[in-house]
Design a protein around this ligand. Structure first.
Ligand code: CDT
Length: 321
């Protein structure tokens, strides 16, 4: 049995005027509690150090800078790393990253129990829009404030298994889990900020929890891995963000789930050897996948006509008997 105890650290709202110290204090309190509950690894949400700022339109880029980290750790975030080392607990943290060359990413890092950074991921699938859309009740300007990640979906050998990271909207895309699954990921860590109201499609609002669960459950089952989904939840600056943090086994079953929209730990003992049962049977990729039939997956970004599809994958135009 390769057991790792994981704490999904759901956060309640973070106000616009909360500073890093206040937030880091909250993260540390959760970390200490997670350690008391036996956790080896604590997973925080996407953009865990600030309010979800893409809900506002800022014309002047410099107004944005206060939401981004220029270094990690910084003097403000170092206490989190120090506490991790003191307690011997690892963590995964989402934050906004500003590079020296001015590029901006929605980032997550994986930190070992000794406080060293062992992995970084930059969000691939950026939802929302680039320009101000005043008709919306609130904005979702991730396409304006970040560029798509340039690191791909990598895995890291840590915490007794193989770990991958994804961020929020990535969890809705099967490609995320499959690229990680093909590299043997046993644990996929995903922080999110998901408003319950989706202005372009309000008819989906009542289904937020259903969609949150099915994407992560199917990602886990179809790729024989544990998935840890962690929300920033509750009423944040007038926007209701869903909770629904949960830990999902390779069976696709949710084995622990949040019951509030506040700071809350969701803890599960995860036996990574459970992945084997699925990976060696129904999802033995090397025996059962047929990548020759999947040319459209990487051959086009959007939908194509049947005629265009044949140009990408000639098998689709082959004469049938
Ligand atoms: N942060 C983030 O990526 N949120 C998006 C909201 C999109 S509305 C369906 C998400 O996919 O949860």
């Amino acid at each position: 049995m390769r057991q790792v105890t994981i704490a999904a650290a759901q956060l309640g709202p973070i106000a616009l005027d909360h500073d890093r110290r206040q937030v880091v204090d909250r993260l540390i309190a959760l970390m200490r509690d997670a350690k008391r509950r036996g956790a080896d690894l604590i997973v925080y949400p996407e953009l865990a150090l600030t309010t979800f700022f893409p809900r506002w339109y800022y014309e002047d880029e410099t107004e944005l800078d206060r939401f981004y980290e220029r270094e990690m750790p910084s003097p403000e975030t170092r206490p989190l790393f120090d506490t991790a080392r003191e307690l011997g607990i690892g963590f995964c943290l989402g934050y906004a990253e500003l590079m020296p060359d001015g590029r901006r990413f929605n980032t997550a890092i994986l930190v070992e129990r000794d406080g060293s950074v062992i992995g970084k991921y930059r969000k691939t699938h950026l939802p929302g829009h680039r320009e101000h859309e005043p008709w919306r009740a609130f904005q979702h300007l991730e396409k304006r404030y970040f560029e798509p990640g340039d690191l791909g979906f990598r895995v890291f050998d840590a915490f007794g298994g193989r770990v991958g990271m994804a961020i929020c909207n990535d969890r809705r895309w099967p490609e995320t889990y499959r690229v990680l699954g093909l590299q043997g990921a046993e644990l996929v860590l995903i922080g999110y900020n998901t408003p319950i109201h989706n202005p372009p499609a309000p008819e989906h609002d009542r289904l937020s929890w259903h969609h949150n669960a099915i994407v992560m459950q199917s990602g886990a089952y179809q790729n024989a891995c544990f998935v840890v989904g962690v929300a920033k939840a509750g009423m944040e600056e007038g926007v209701h963000q869903m909770g629904g943090s949960q830990i999902i086994a390779p069976s696709g079953e949710t084995i622990a789930a949040a019951v509030t929209e506040e700071d809350e730990l969701v803890v599960a003992h995860c036996d990574l050897d459970l992945c084997r049962s699925y990976r060696e049977s129904v999802f033995a990729f090397e025996r059962h996948r047929e990548p020759g039939a999947y040319a459209l997956i990487t051959g086009t970004k959007g939908p194509v006509t049947p005629e265009q599809a044949v140009r990408i994958d000639p098998a689709l135009g082959r004469e049938t008997d």
